[in-house]
Design a protein around this ligand. Structure first.
Ligand code: CP
Ligand code: NVA
Length: 316
């Protein structure tokens, strides 16, 4: 027999690029409200009795801890699954695992190697599925960045973001955020590491509607000229370890260091999704400088994900 839940289609957060712009803008604003409310009143019971299953195929510190803490601070609980034991797609089909989990928990948070897997889970789950990072997007990171920039700047519209490095999952979600919020996004990357053209076509459409812009350049100095914030991420993402030597060579001129900062405005901020590889994509000097706001962004992972959980679970 189909459960009551299975007859209702849940909302998910699978990526940012296909979301509605008003929803993305509202989630960033909600993250800021959730933070202010927590600072004023502490933990709540808004998700009392609710549970989230955390399924992580790749390592994590920030994402895993912040999802768990977000559930605890709202009166709910998180169940951390062991991916080896679940053995998704081997011990049982993704379809059956998604349908079983949906009978017990109120939300599935998944960090997977492939975006397809998160989407397949969502196809069969009757509870919300949240992308906690895939090969294509890291939407929760971009929401936390948006909240951080909103705090520092007061407005996202018109903000100039320079991403130095790989056109990867984090870059994709940030470009999508920029497209939704009317920001100006520049990627500086070596040849062969651009963002996928089909993805960029969507970002361009979003920019057209929001007044934002997207640009891709080779020269990092050109990218940071006039920037409000410089973003960087590891050169070698999880799952790309076999390309490490080649990527280190390709990205050697794409380090965020004090020399690069001389080409940026003096008030330009620097951030990183973390974990950072010092001496590769960013130097210790820049990480430790007052311009670096990566821990403010890391803090906001908690608030942004709490806002997403509240939005999705309470609409069940
Ligand atoms: N930035 C980020 O997602 O960190 P973790 O990989 O530690 O979760
Ligand atoms: N691009 C990195 C982000 C880590 C949070 C990765 O996918 O490993």
């Amino acid at each position: 027999m189909e459960s009551k839940r299975e007859s209702k289609k849940p909302r998910h957060l699978l990526n940012l690029v296909d979301e509605r712009s008003d929803r993305v803008v509202e989630l960033v604003a909600a993250a800021a409200r959730v933070k202010a409310e927590f600072q004023k009143s502490g933990p709540s019971d808004l998700l009392k009795g609710r549970t989230a299953a955390l399924f992580f195929e790749k390592p994590s510190l920030r994402t895993r801890v912040t999802f768990e803490v977000a559930m605890i601070q709202t009166g709910g609980a998180a169940v951390v699954l062991d991916p080896a034991s679940v053995s998704l797609g081997k011990r049982e089909s993704v379809q059956d695992a998604a349908r079983s989990l949906s009978r017990w928990v109120d939300c599935i948070v998944a960090r997977t190697f492939s975006q397809n897997l998160v989407e397949e889970l969502a196809l069969y789950a009757s509870v919300p599925v949240i992308n906690a990072l895939t090969d294509v997007e890291h939407p929760c990171q971009a929401l936390a960045f948006g909240e951080m920039l909103l705090e520092k700047r007061g407005d996202l519209k018109g903000a100039r973001v320079a991403f130095i490095g790989d056109g990867n999952n984090v870059a994709n979600s940030l470009a999508a955020l920029a497209g939704h919020c009317g920001m100006h996004f520049t990627l500086a990357c070596p040849e062969g590491f651009e963002q996928p053209s089909a993805f960029l076509a969507k970002v361009t459409d979003l920019c057209r509607a929001s007044g934002g812009s997207y640009r891709q350049v080779r020269d990092p100095r050109e990218a940071v000229h006039g920037a409000d914030v410089i973003y960087t991420d590891v050169w070698i993402s999880m799952g790309e370890e076999n390309q490490a030597a080649q990527k280190r060579k390709s990205f050697s001129a794409y380090q965020v260091n004090t020399q690069l900062l001389t080409a940026a405005p003096s008030e330009c901020l620097v951030t990183h999704c973390l974990p950072a590889h010092l001496g590769e994509e960013i130097t210790a000097e820049v990480m430790e400088s007052p311009r670096c706001v990566c821990f403010d962004e890391a803090e906001n992972r908690l608030h942004a994900q709490k806002a997403v959980l509240l939005d999705l679970i309470r609409s069940l």
